[in-house]
Design a protein around this ligand. Structure first.
Ligand code: ASP
Length: 332
């Protein structure tokens, strides 16, 4: 049983979980980011609520880090959020951090935090597909599950808890625009399911999750300020692809390009040549796949670094950090 007087800190960033629509029957048209994290917590862990057993003895603190629709998430908020995670997780009495976040860019934030917040304590993100005042809002249950999971997870790791599932930040992605269970970890699957306040771990799933190989120079304190972070774009290979986007981006000073290639990271010849030219001019290239499952597997045909299991959005985060790391070691 968990020691008493441990704390779970809940950071609010906005999203549909904090959203409101005009009526309790309207679940798709609404304003995200309307309710404070304090109010969301009151709804699930207010004085009159019976909490899951695992949460008994925990205290909760809340902090509003931002109040946005996650489509508008930016580097400044990421920087602040990572610093706040670091601040709280440094404190001996804090067991874990829970973050409420919009679903649209959640997987990018989760992956980013997994790379720069270097503590052996868990961070759990949660979200909702329906606004807070919808008649069957999913936010309160997701929040309850997230707190429950946060109290039981140990050690490093960034997780998503939603729709009765726990996913690892490395694999999870949003796969459906409207469905209640909008997240999936592809062939890796969720690590656990949650029903009636109980966690059912999939056998061997936790042990098989990747441990972070943290780069010590990439702690959030060691990172340059967001204004210095590199400019990295994602381009896609498709039928009748051209080189025009690469040329325009190169002329505009792009620092890195992630290619959402077809299949196992294939790129049409004309785009590949433009990318090779961009590479000789110092642009970092990383190859991912536009397929939404499975890793890109290295073959002799791959002339650029590959993103392995990271989808293009997460590969972009990895490339941003990679470029920053190279710049920092160059300057030292
Ligand atoms: N647009 C919302 C957001 O990402 C969607 C959601 O939270 O479900 O903030």
């Amino acid at each position: 049983m968990q020691a008493k007087n441990q704390k779970i800190v809940v950071l609010g960033t906005g999203g549909t979980i904090a959203g409101e629509s005009n009526s309790e029957n309207e679940g798709l048209s609404y304003q995200a980011a309307q309710r404070s994290i304090h109010d969301l917590m009151q709804a699930v862990a207010g004085k009159s609520q019976a909490l899951p057993e695992a949460l008994i003895g925990f205290q909760f603190d809340t902090e509003q880090v931002s109040q946005i629709d996650s489509k508008d998430m930016d580097f400044d908020i990421w920087h602040r959020l990572a610093l706040r995670c670091d601040h709280w997780l440094s404190q001996a009495d804090v067991h874990s951090v829970v973050i409420t976040h919009g679903t649209d860019t959640l997987e990018e934030t989760a992956y980013f935090l997994s790379q720069v917040v270097q503590h052996n304590k868990p961070i759990v993100l949660t979200c909702a597909m329906r606004p807070a005042n919808f008649k069957d809002a999913d936010g309160p249950q997701n929040m309850r599950d997230a707190l429950n999971a946060a109290s039981q997870l140990e050690g490093q790791g960034v997780w998503l808890v939603a729709a009765g599932e726990i996913h690892h930040s490395q694999y999870v992605q949003k796969v459906h625009p409207t469905r209640l269970n909008a997240f999936d970890s592809g062939e890796w699957g969720p690590v656990a399911e949650m029903r009636d306040d109980q966690i059912y771990w999939r056998q061997g799933a936790l042990e098989n999750c990747p441990q972070n190989q943290w780069n010590e120079g990439m702690t959030i304190q060691a990172l340059a300020l967001p204004t210095e972070w590199p400019w990295v774009e994602i381009i896609t290979n498709h039928v009748h692809a051209t080189a025009k986007h690469v040329e325009v981006l190169l002329d505009a000073g792009v620092d890195g390009l992630v290619v959402a290639g077809t299949g196992n990271g294939s790129i049409c010849q004309v785009t590949k040549e433009a990318l090779l030219k961009a590479q000789t001019r110092g642009v970092e290239i990383c190859l991912a796949s536009r397929c939404n499952q499975g890793p890109v597997v290295q073959t002799p045909n791959h002339v650029f670094q590959i993103a392995k299991e990271l989808n293009p959005s997460k590969a972009r985060v990895a490339l941003i950090l990679n470029i920053l790391s190279k710049k920092q070691s160059h300057n030292n």
